[in-house]
Design a protein around this ligand. Structure first.
Ligand code: IVH
Length: 682
């Protein structure tokens, strides 16, 4: 019988300690964590549980026995007069209730315990020493007992007072403590982070990954000027050693005291009468965290009464009177397996990441948006990469970028397909624009929106066909492009859900009525890109029929007032698509009016304002071809010669018109002369 190999508890404990130590080192010393906080917490929990179950395995050098990281070389040590504690974690309501129960039990309290809730700022904990009101030294937490002396760097932080306010303004009612250690979080605002990265990018330098690491790295700069450049901020939330005649009695008094001394204290800190208030606060900030200009990763809950805090004391590294509620992690790394393209309702091609499934904030994520081609290129994202994915708030998960150190080989850059993945029509991706679009009006992906738009008031105005009916018509397969709206009949409509006979006949009457809206409304209903009601009216007025418009070249389209290159190219592209032409033929057959009264237009072109008469047979051009050239150049062709005629173009066997022109002294040109005129070389 084969024995199943099982890892012994001792081996697993060794393995866990190694992984945790590695993670600690990367996080605290290198400021470059490789695993999420959530994964780290899970490892630590597993180790704690194993050590509890097997006390013989517990050693003084276990990571569960220490408070933080290792002091980095380069700074003198900073010895904390009182240890800087860390905090135990709570992940759900049950953990909070258990914490409260323990506080009440150990504190010997019958009723509710009052707490102060504070946002857990995601930065770096530091301690500041003030003697007789003056900042004398400051250090990082380090391992809780000894950190690094980074006084010069801390002095660059504008929200850290160099002289306490009570000393600067003794009238405020708070006496300057003889000595005080003030603790709090050095952090970076999101806006300062964005600005710093923008500046670095402009200088061609590498950008930073996130505000926390940038703040932590900033505090550890050997040159304080480099720290100053990062524009860090500071919130005070605790004191270590304190020597004062009038110490505060509760955490919320302590915060007010720190504020009076001139520190910034987070304005969202909130005292609550019981654990239920804590639970409400936690829920509120889990959803509101994105509104802040700084990152928070949870809420710190502290017993409000400082005497009770003292009574509860601490167990090893964690105080019994405080706990950190950790929000769910929102970032994870996983492999980008593939990029698939979906087509949105407006024809936009959306590249989506297919991911190796990964847990983020309690849900399994296997898809994420990649926005567009520019985003993929700018962030250098390639299929096969290990990528960082974030889920912020309720938005769709997003791929932030690749983890370049883990890239294998040199995978090819990704480019969007040039034909629509849904219908195979051409994709239009104008130079310099982020979005690529399918050009086929009948593309099923775009259909619901196109049908709704076609029937909307500004277009064909078919009353009764809104969002719901458009979707029902498409989903049922009755309408596969807008021309099929005109094939609908009563039995077909009655098959749709929630469609009664009366409303069905109203819809049919509205459809019938829409046939007479004319070319301008039809054009705006077709949803040609850039052709809204205004441009549709211009084009309809200038071209008169859909056939004339469909036959127009981009150059001809450009002659219409207000029609620029983008619009002209979009119109030409629309009519160049065979499915669009077929759909227009079906609309025509159904009896939809595709004409408009021609508008007198201000002609443009080299022959603008000129009237020409053609007579006789030209050597190379038919009469129609010559007329086209003239009209295209903005000129007008009339059949008889008068004083208003500017040129007569005469060919072989020219008759009375030539004679009349000569009588009136009008310039007569041959075919070559016409070409010179058109080319501007006459
Ligand atoms: S109190 C015993 N209050 O969270 C009290 N900590 O895991 C210890 N933090 O190292 C700290 N905001 O870096 C406290 N309002 C806050 C905090 C806060 C962020 C950080 C701090 C600490 C860690 C505890």
């Amino acid at each position: 019988m084969a024995l199943k190999r099982r890892t012994s508890p001792a081996a697993r404990v060794r393995e866990l300690r190694q992984m945790i130590e590695e993670a600690n080192y990367r996080y605290h010393v290198l400021d470059d964590p490789q695993i999420s906080d959530q994964d780290y917490d899970a490892l630590l929990r597993e180790l704690l549980d194993l050590e509890l179950a097997h006390p013989e395995l517990l050693t003084p050098d276990s990571p569960t026995q220490r408070v933080g990281g290792t002091p980095a070389a380069g700074f003198p040590p900073y010895v904390h007069a009182r240890p800087m504690l860390s905090l135990g974690n709570a992940f759900d309501e049950a953990d909070l209730l258990a914490f409260d129960a323990r506080v009440r039990k150990l504190g010997g309290i019958e009723g509710d315990v009052a707490y102060t809730c504070e946002l857990k700022i995601d930065g770096l904990a530091v301690s500041l020493r003030y003697d007789n009101g003056k900042l004398t030294a400051g250090g990082t937490r380090g391992d809780g007992s000894v950190g690094e002396n980074v006084t010069s760097n801390l002095r660059t932080i504008k929200t850290i007072p160099l002289v306490l306010r009570a000393r600067a303004a003794p009238a405020r009612g708070v006496a300057t403590p003889h000595h005080i250690d003030v603790r709090g979080e050095a952090y970076m605002r999101k806006s300062d982070f964005a600005r710093l990265n923008a500046e670095r990018e402009a200088r061609g330098e590498a950008t930073f990954a996130n505000p926390r690491n940038t703040a932590a790295g900033g505090i550890r700069q050997l040159d304080p000027k480099m720290t100053a450049e990062r524009k860090l901020s500071f919130y005070a939330y605790a004191v270590g050693e304190i020597d004062t005649d009038a110490p505060p009695r509760s955490q919320h008094e302590l915060l007010a005291f720190l504020k009076a001394l001139g520190f910034r204290v987070n304005e969202h800190a909130h005292a609550v009468p019981s654990i239920h208030g804590v639970i409400d606060f936690v829920k509120e900030w889990e959803t509101k965290r994105d509104e802040l200009d700084y990152e928070i990763d949870g809420v710190v809950i502290k017993v409000d009464d400082l005497a009770l805090q003292a009574k509860l004391g601490s167990s090893g590294k964690d105080p019994r009177w405080a706990i950190a509620f950790k929000f769910r992690a929102r970032e994870a790394r996983t492999k980008l397996l593939d990029i698939v393209v979906s087509v949105g309702r407006t024809g936009v091609l959306n590249p989506n990441a297919v991911l190796e499934p990964v847990q983020i904030g309690g849900t399994t994520v296997s898809n994420a948006t990649l926005h567009n081609q520019d985003y993929i290129r700018d962030n250098d994202i390639r299929i096969g990469d290990v990528v960082t994915v974030i889920r912020a708030g309720d938005v769709i998960p997003r791929v932030v970028g690749p983890v370049l150190e883990l890239r294998k080989g040199n995978p090819p850059e990704y480019t969007l397909p040039t034909v629509c993945p849904v219908c195979g029509a051409d994709v239009d991706h104008p130079e310099g624009e982020p979005m690529a679009r399918c050009t086929n009006a009948s593309c099923p992906a775009q259909l619901v929106e196109r049908v709704r738009h076609f029937c909307s008031r500004g277009a064909m105005d078919i009353e009764g066909v809104g969002d719901q009916l458009s979707a029902a018509l498409v989903d049922s397969g009755l309408v596969r492009d807008v021309s099929e709206i005109y094939q609908l009949d009563l039995p077909a409509l009655l098959k749709l859900p929630r469609m009664a006979e009366k409303s069905a006949s109203n819809v049919l009457a509205a459809i019938e009525g829409s046939k007479k809206r004319g070319l301008a409304r039809l054009l705006s209903g077709l949803g040609i890109r850039f052709v809204g009601s205004q441009n549709a009216a211009i084009l309809a007025g200038d071209f008169g029929t859909i056939d004339a418009l469909a036959a127009a070249t981009e150059e001809e389209l450009l002659r219409s007032e207000g029609i620029g290159a983008e619009i002209a190219s979009s119109v030409a592209l629309f009519f160049a698509q065979e499915p669009n032409r077929a759909m227009i033929a079906r609309l025509k057959k159904a009896g939809v009016d595709m004409t408009a009264p021609l508008r007198e237009r201000e002609p443009v072109g080299i022959l603008a304002g000129k009237t020409l008469v053609l007579t006789g047979t030209l050597p190379n051009l038919t009469r129609d071809e010559a007329a086209d050239l003239i009209v295209t150049a903005g000129g007008k062709v009339t059949s008889s010669v008068s004083k208003k005629t500017d040129y007569v173009i005469a060919g072989e066997d020219a008759g009375s018109k030539l004679t009349k022109a000569e009588q009136l002294g009008i310039t007569v040109l041959d075919e070559a002369g016409l070409h010179d005129l058109l080319n501007g070389t006459a």
